[in-house]
Design a protein around this ligand. Structure first.
Ligand SMILES: Nc1ncnc2c1ncn2[C@@H]1O[C@H](COP(=O)(O)OP(=O)(O)OP(=O)(O)O)[C@@H](O)[C@H]1O
Ligand SMILES: [Mg+2]
Length: 264
């Protein structure tokens, strides 16, 4: 449902995405992993028009993004964002709105739903993410994990076919990571496709149907998590995962190991 072809992005003469071609299908959960600076966030942001690019195409259903400025892309971006939701790493909730207020904002203003319709659906979504008792709380009154679940409910309120998430576990303690895996696994069984940037290999193992390893703006390896994360073929992937060239973990804690650098 999302297809990128020859996607190329440069910043100040540096090539950040180097002709990436990939497909993200319906009913797939794809994990983007790899060393820091490899281009994961940039690729993710290109998928729903948050980032411009220099060459190639992004196609979402019948909608296309091509290189160029916002003006040329405005209408297509609008259509694409109806289908592709984004959960930001820092959630970006509206601080002056309650949890429910955050969730009903876009359905009312973009989808033109009535207050009643949006509220009904918003309550359902907050219940789905385990926050039915916190509808009236403001973001400052919610924990990090709760704010993130509001952000997920807010993205789901637009009924996206695909949800993009950049490092959703970076601000969560291990228990909350487990709870997030449970929530996203349930959404996956309900038919939501996802593309998730993560440094957390446990998360990729538990959720992804496919893993793409990005390094230097290229996909150097891809496949099911059981293969890519346990028996990587590419030397750079082995190094990233903390495995020796022979595929044996260097540390006593064998896979899933931590990434090579903190999220940034
Ligand atoms: N606005 C920008 N201007 C210049 N260079 C940028 C900009 N945004 C990103 N870059 C560079 O592009 C490269 C890829 O960045 P990106 O954020 O996509 O990496 P990443 O794989 O998500 O890394 P991390 O795992 O640390 O989040 C990096 O070298 C980064 O410095
Ligand atoms: Mg990143």
């Amino acid at each position: 449902m999302i297809e990128v072809r020859g996607l190329t992005k440069r910043y100040e003469g540096r090539t950040i995405l180097d002709g990436i071609s990939a497909q993200f299908g319906r009913d797939e959960v794809v994990a983007l992993v790899g060393p820091s600076g490899g281009g994961k966030s940039t690729l993710l942001r290109c998928l729903n028009g948050l980032e411009t690019f220099d060459a190639g195409t992004v196609q979402v259903g019948e909608h296309h993004l091509s290189p160029g400025g916002a003006k040329a892309r405005g209408k297509e971006i609008w259509s694409i964002r109806q289908r592709v939701g984004f959960v930001f790493q820092q959630w970006h909730l509206f601080s002056h709105r309650t949890a429910l207020g955050n969730v009903i904002e876009a359905p009312m203003h973009v989808k033109r739903q009535s207050l009643r319709e949006a509220t009904e659906r918003g309550r359902e979504l907050l219940a789905k993410v385990g926050l039915s008792n916190r509808e009236e709380a403001y973001p400052s009154e919610l924990s990090g994990g709760e704010q993130q679940r509001v952000a997920i409910a807010r993205a789901l309120a637009m009924n996206p076919e695909v949800l993009l998430m950049d490092e959703p576990t970076s601000a969560l303690d291990p228990e909350r990571v487990g709870a997030l895996i449970t929530l996203l696994a349930r959404l996956r069984t309900e038919g939501l496709s996802m593309v998730v940037v993560t440094h957390e290999m446990r998360f990729a193992h538990a959720l992804a149907s496919r893993v793409l390893v990005l390094h230097g703006g290229r996909i150097i390896e891809e496949g099911p998590p059981g293969e890519v994360l346990a028996r990587p073929q590419h030397e750079r992937t082995r190094a990233f995962l903390g495995l020796t060239p022979s595929g044996v973990a260097t540390a006593s804690k064998s896979p899933p190991p931590a990434g090579e650098s903190p999220p940034g």
